[in-house]
Every structure is written in structure tokens, then in C-alpha cells.
Design a protein around this ligand. Structure first.
Ligand code: HEM
Length: 219
């Protein structure tokens, strides 16, 4: 009895804390990326890639603008159902804009993956991330078109976990720097570490959102 009373409220508090951390980190990432748009100067570019970015300005800026849109809009799509249902039209438009961001950011990211710092292993990591990002976005879109709401939600959780790779990549890089790992080694590692664990956490979250429903049934 006590357990039944305590567990849901604890879960509610945990969700609120998780959402707050998510939006704060997303905002930070948004601001960090916006320096590319605000300051038209090579000084703010990723140090090791200044020459590449200058030569592929359109691609990197396209990637950044689309990705920024997805980063900042995503958390609002995960507000409690009572809110998203009340503002359903807004939820739909934010969702469409979010997926446009993923589409534009994803193709820009795929293009940039061929040029990424760190050589083949890093390029493969970023390239596969871009493809999985685009595919999970496509799955989320298809599911909502077919009104399979529960499964749509699950694909969106996976998709945003991948959007969040931009945040986790930078957090891992800070950690590696603190423990004294060479930047090049850290960079190659985070090309994978920034997103594979995120996907595992996404599966964990999905199982907690709908613990009684198998992941692949219709809503
Ligand atoms: C999730 C899929 C993503 C992929 C596959 C991807 C891929 C890439 C690649 C390959 C680069 C070039 C890296 C290099 O030169 O070594 C890059 C740079 C960049 N990306 Fe992404 N990215 C993704 C998500 C995001 C998101 C969500 C943001 C958020 C705004 C973002 C912001 C940036 C920024 C600002 C740069 C420039 C490098 C820097 O100054 O940190 N990316 N991205």
C-alpha cells in the first residue's frame, strides 16, 4: 500500500528532475552552437577543423541550424500527456518542425561525417549516427501518420536520445580532458560513445514508460 503511494510520486519527481536537466543541457548546447551563426568568424570554429569548415561552410551551417532546431524543440515534445494533449495543434507543429530539423541536420551531419576529425573510425561513428538519426526520425513520422501513438512516442525517445549525442559528446570530451586522455583518442572514442549508450538508455526509458506493453505492438 505504502509502496503504491510512494513509487508513482517518486517517479513523477524523477521525471521532472530529468526533464529539467534535459532542457537546461539542450539550451546550453543551443547557445554553444549559435556562436557559429552569431559570430561570422573562424575564431569560434572547432580549432582542428577551421580549414575544413571554411571550405564547407554551407554544409556545416546547414547541419548546425537543423540540429539546433531539433535540440531545443525536442524536450517540449516530452512534456506530460495532459499538456501535449491540451495543446495538440502546437505539439503537432513543433513535431513537424523538429523532424524537419532532424532531416536537415541529419543530411548535413552525414555530409560532414566524411570530413570529420579523427580519421576513419570517427567518420564511421558519426556517419552511422547520422543514418540512425534519420531513420529513427522516419520511423517516428511513419508511426504517427498511421496513428500508432505509443510506438511513435517510443521512436521519438530513441530519436531524441540521438539528438542528445551532441550534448553527451561534449560532456564525454570534458571528462576525458579532466582525466588527461589525448584529444585525438578522446575524439575518436566519443564519435561512438556519444550515442551508443544513449540508445541503451532510451530502451530503458521506453520500457519504463510503457512497462506493460511490448515495444512493438500497435497502440
Ligand atoms: C545526432 C546526429 C549528429 C551528427 C551525425 C553530427 C555530425 C557532426 C559532424 C560529423 C561534425 C563535424 C565534426 C568534425 O569536424 O570533426 C559536426 C559538427 C558540429 N555539430 Fe553535429 N552532429 C549531430 C548532431 C548535432 C546536434 C544535435 C547539434 C546541436 C546543435 C550539433 C552541432 C554541431 C556543431 C556546433 C558542430 C561544429 C563543431 C563544434 O564546434 O563543436 N550536431 N556534427
Amino acid at each position: 500500500m505504502t509502496k503504491a503511494l510512494i513509487v508513482p510520486s517518486n517517479r513523477g519527481t524523477l521525471k521532472k528532475i530529468g526533464w529539467t536537466i534535459m532542457i537546461l543541457l539542450a539550451l546550453l548546447m543551443f547557445l554553444l552552437a549559435s556562436r557559429y551563426l552569431i559570430f561570422n568568424s573562424k575564431e569560434v570554429y572547432f580549432e582542428q577543423q577551421k580549414v575544413i569548415y571554411s571550405a564547407h561552410m554551407m554544409a556545416i551551417l546547414t547541419h548546425i541550424v537543423g540540429s539546433m532546431m531539433a535540440t531545443i524543440l525536442g524536450p517540449f515534445q516530452f512534456l506530460p500527456k495532459i499538456i501535449t494533449n491540451r495543446y495538440l495543434n502546437l505539439h503537432r507543429w513543433l513535431g513537424r518542425t523538429y523532424l524537419m530539423g532532424v532531416l536537415v541536420g541529419g543530411f548535413g551531419g552525414l555530409y560532414m561525417a566524411f570530413l570529420a576529425y579523427g580519421g576513419l573510425v570517427a567518420r564511421l561513428g558519426f556517419g552511422i549516427l547520422a543514418i540512425v538519426w534519420l531513420l529513427t526520425g522516419l520511423m517516428a513520422y511513419q508511426k504517427i501518420r498511421r496513428k500508432e501513438i505509443q510506438i511513435h512516442r517510443q521512436w521519438m525517445v530513441r530519436n531524441y536520445a540521438l539528438t542528445f549525442a551532441a550534448v553527451t559528446l561534449r560532456l564525454w570530451l570534458i571528462l576525458f580532458q579532466v582525466v588527461g586522455v589525448e584529444f585525438i583518442d578522446a575524439y575518436i572514442t566519443v564519435a561512438w560513445l556519444s550515442w551508443v549508450p544513449n540508445l541503451i538508455i532510451a530502451e530503458f526509458i521506453i520500457n519504463r514508460i510503457s512497462p506493460n506493453q511490448p515495444s512493438y505492438t500497435t497502440a
